[in-house]
Design a protein around this ligand. Structure first.
Ligand code: ZN
Length: 135
């Protein structure tokens, strides 16, 4: 740690709780108090009913692989040593989709629908990334 040189997310006022939870190795997303819909990515109003009454709650971290691609060329020069790597869309048990990296398996072992679970990578004192791995 301390020498992590890859691009990092820039949390803002709306998304900060997601990153605070990740630092505790916990996956939290928003849920609408008005209609109960689970929401990801972080936002100020419900994507279903537009209510601004959203709360942050811990979720299971479990899901299935909804879609993926294998990056054979780096999407940024800082990732050159990582290829090939898996850019994935995970469907959480609670419903929302989350764009992430799938780690802990070879790209040729990846299949749509495979069960996955959140995996946390502490890259600096301030930032822990949320990735997924096979369950
Ligand atoms: Zn709602």
């Amino acid at each position: 740690m301390g020498d992590y040189t890859k691009p990092l997310p820039h949390p803002n006022e709306v998304s900060q709780p997601f990153w605070d939870a990740a630092k505790r190795y916990e996956l939290q997303i928003q849920r609408c108090n008005a209609c109960g819909t689970y929401i990801f990515y972080p936002r100020e109003a419900c994507s279903e009913c537009l209510a601004a009454d959203l709360i942050w709650i811990p979720v299971s971290g479990k899901g299935t692989l909804y879609s993926y691609t294998i990056a054979q060329a780096p999407t940024h020069p800082a990732f050159a040593d990582d290829v090939p790597y898996v850019i994935a869309i995970v469907e959480l048990e609670e419903g929302p989709h989350i764009t992430t990296n799938l780690v802990g398996c070879q790209p040729d072992q990846v299949t749509i629908g495979m069960p996955v679970v959140a995996s946390f990578e502490e890259v600096s004192a301030e930032m822990t990334l949320v990735k997924f791995r096979p369950e």
